[in-house]
Design a protein around this ligand. Structure first.
Ligand code: PMP
Length: 490
C-alpha cells in the first residue's frame, strides 16, 4: 500500500527536523503538493492550483518527453564521471548552438549556485584579479562566496556581517524606485556611471575588478527591467577596467524573455561568462557555465561528480527539444504580452498598483500604499498572495521590500490562464484596497495596522495550533533529547 503522511504529520515533521531557515511559500499555511502536470499543481486533497511561479519546471511540470528521456537514461546509465558520455557531447554542442559564437565552452554542474561559484573562479583565474562587483538587490546563490555578493541576503545578517573588501556594490538600475527615474535623460548610462564610479573607487584603493555579475532581468530586485543600453555601458566600463562580465541567467534563460532565447540578448550585449540552472533540466538538478575558450583555458583542473551526468544531459536535451517542438518562445512572447497589457489595463482603477514591468514570462507588479509616495505595500502584497491562493492561483510577493507580485510561470502558460490570473488579481486587490480605504489607511499609517484590519486569511494553520510536541505518531520515532535541543533554538 502507498505510504502517505497526513498534511499535519508532514508539516509537523518538517518543523521538527528541517532547518527553520529553509523557507516555505505561504509560511502560515504551506501547501503540500503531491503531484503536478503542465502549469498545474495538485495538493493532497486533489485541489488544482495554477502555478505562476515555478520557473524551474520550464516546459511544464513532469513533461512526458523530459520524464521519459530521464527514465530511459537512468535505466541505462546514471553517473559515469571521468568517462566519455555521448549525452554530454551532444548536449554541449546543442547548448552552444543557441549562443553567440564567442561563448563556446561548457562546464556542467548541479545547481545555479555551483555555476555562479565556478563563474567567479573562472573570472579570477582569467583576470588574475580578485574583486567582484554586483548590484545592491542581487541574489546569486547559497554558497559562502555567493552570499557575499548577494546583498539581498547579507544585508539581512545585520551588524554581525561586514561586507567583504573584495565585494563592491552598485545600485540596481531601477527606474521606478532608484536614484534615476525613467524621466531622467539616458538612465541606462546614468546607472552605468554609478557602477563605474564603484570600480574607480576600488581601483583608487589598490583593488582590481575580476568580474561584474548581474542577472539580465533582475528577478531578485523585484523583476527590474534595466533601462535601455544599461548593460552595454556597464559591460564597456567593466572591460575597460580589466574585468569580465558574468550574466547570471539562472532565471532568464531558455526563451523565458519571449523575444530572445537568452536574457542578455534583450540588452544587446555578449557576456564573457553565462551561468544557467533552474530550468535547464526542467526540475532535475542540473546547471552549466558557458564561456569563451580563453576564459575556460585559464583555469586549472575542474571536476564535478554529478555535473553533466548522462541523465541530466538527456533531460536537458529533451527540454530544448520541447521548447522548439511546442514553440514555447513565441507562446511566452504572446502570453507575456497579454499579461503585461492586461495588468497595465487595470492599473488606473487600482490606487495600489505602482508599476507593471517585465517581458515574456517574467512579470513584476509593484504594490504601493499610494502612487504619489510609492511607499512599498508589503503587507498588502502578502495578503494578496494568500487571497490568490484561496482562489487556487499561486503567485509570490518578492523583491527587496516584498511588495512586488512576481510571476515566472511554466512556459506552457496559456492566454486563458493569463486572463484568469488578471481577473482574480483585479478582484482580490480591489477588496484589499476597499478594506484599506474603509479604515482610512494612508501611506502614513503604521504598517501593522494593515494586517489587523484587512482580515488576513491566515487562519488555516497557525503556530499556536501546531506546537511541536502534539504529533503523537511522530513522537514515537522522535528521540526526545534531539527535539528538546532543537526547541531550545526557538
Ligand atoms: N542565481 C539566481 C538569479 C537565482 O534566482 C538563483 C536561485 N533562486 C540562484 C542563482 C541559485 O540557484 P540554486 O538555488 O539552483 O543554487
Amino acid at each position: 500500500p502507498e505510504k502517505s503522511l497526513s498534511y499535519r504529520q508532514t508539516l509537523q515533521m518538517r518543523r521538527n527536523y528541517v532547518g527553520r531557515s529553509c523557507k516555505l511559500h505561504f509560511e502560515v499555511s504551506p501547501l503540500k503538493i503531491v503531484r503536478a502536470s503542465r502549469q498545474y499543481l495538485y495538493d493532497e486533497s486533489g485541489n488544482e492550483y495554477l502555478d505562476c511561479i515555478t520557473n524551474t519546471s520550464h516546459v511544464g511540470h513532469c513533461h512526458p518527453h523530459v520524464v521519459s528521456a530521464g527514465q530511459e537514461q537512468m535505466a541505462r546509465l546514471t553517473t559515469s564521471a571521468g568517462f566519455l558520455n555521448e549525452q554530454m557531447s551532444e548536449y554541449s554542442k546543442r547548448l552552444i548552438s543557441t549562443l553567440p559564437e564567442s561563448l563556446c565552452v561548457c562546464f556542467f554542474l548541479n545547481s545555479g549556485s555551483e555555476a555562479n561559484d565556478l563563474a567567479i573562479r573562472l573570472a579570477r583565474a582569467y583576470t588574475k584579479h580578485e574583486d567582484i562587483i554586483c548590484l545592491d538587490s542581487a541574489y546569486h546563490g547559497n554558497l559562502g562566496n555567493l552570499i557575499e555578493i548577494s546583498p539581498s541576503r547579507f544585508k539581512k545578517l545585520g551588524n554581525t556581517h561586514q561586507k567583504k573588501d573584495w565585494v563592491h556594490v552598485a545600485p540596481t538600475p531601477n527606474t521606478y524606485r532608484g536614484k534615476f527615474h525613467s524621466e531622467t535623460a539616458n538612465p541606462g548610462l546614468m546607472y552605468a556611471k554609478e557602477l563605474r564610479s564603484q570600480i574607480v573607487q576600488a581601483r583608487q584603493s589598490g583593488r582590481e575588478i575580476a568580474a561584474f555579475i548581474c542577472e539580465p532581468v533582475m528577478t531578485a530586485g523585484g523583476m527590474v527591467v534595466y533601462p535601455e543600453k544599461y548593460l552595454q555601458f556597464a559591460y564597456r566600463f567593466v572591460r575597460e577596467n580589466g574585468g569580465v562580465c558574468i550574466a547570471d541567467e539562472v532565471q532568464s534563460a531558455f526563451g523565458r524573455c519571449g523575444e530572445h532565447f537568452w536574457g542578455f540578448q534583450t540588452q544587446d550585449v555578449v557576456p564573457d561568462i553565462v551561468t544557467v540552472g533552474k530550468p535547464i533540466g526542467n526540475g532535475y538538478p542540473f546547471a552549466a557555465v558557458i564561456t569563451t575558450k580563453e576564459v575556460a583555458d585559464s583555469m586549472g583542473e575542474f571536476s564535478s561528480t554529478f555535473g553533466g551526468n548522462p541523465v541530466a544531459c538527456a533531460m536537458g536535451m529533451a527540454v530544448l527539444e520541447v521548447i522548439d517542438n511546442e514553440k514555447l518562445m513565441s507562446s511566452a512572447k504572446s502570453v507575456g504580452k497579454c499579461l503585461i497589457d492586461s495588468f497595465r489595463g487595470i492599473m488606473p482603477q487600482h490606487p495600489m498598483m505602482g508599476e507593471v514591468r517585465g517581458m515574456g514570462m517574467m512579470l513584476g507588479i509593484e504594490l504601493v500604499m499610494d502612487k504619489q509616495s510609492r511607499k512599498p505595500a508589503k503587507e498588502a502584497a502578502e495578503i494578496l498572495s494568500y487571497r490568490m491562493k484561496e482562489n487556487k492561483i499561486i503567485i509570490a510577493n518578492d523583491g527587496p521590500e516584498k511588495n512586488v507580485m512576481i510571476m515566472t510561470p511554466p512556459m506552457c502558460f496559456t492566454l486563458d490562464n493569463a486572463r484568469r490570473v488578471v481577473q482574480v488579481f483585479d478582484q482580490a486587490l480591489r477588496d484589499i484596497e476597499n478594506d484599506a480605504a474603509s479604515v482610512g489607511l494612508t501611506s502614513n499609517s503604521e504598517s501593522s495596522g494593515v494586517t489587523a484590519t484587512m482580515g488576513v486569511p491566515l487562519h488555516v494553520i497557525t503556530e499556536s495550533n501546531l506546537t511541536r510536541a502534539s504529533d503523537e505518531e511522530d513522537e514515537e520515532d522522535d528521540p526526545g533529547a534531539k527535539r528538546a535541543r532543537y526547541e531550545e533554538m526557538d
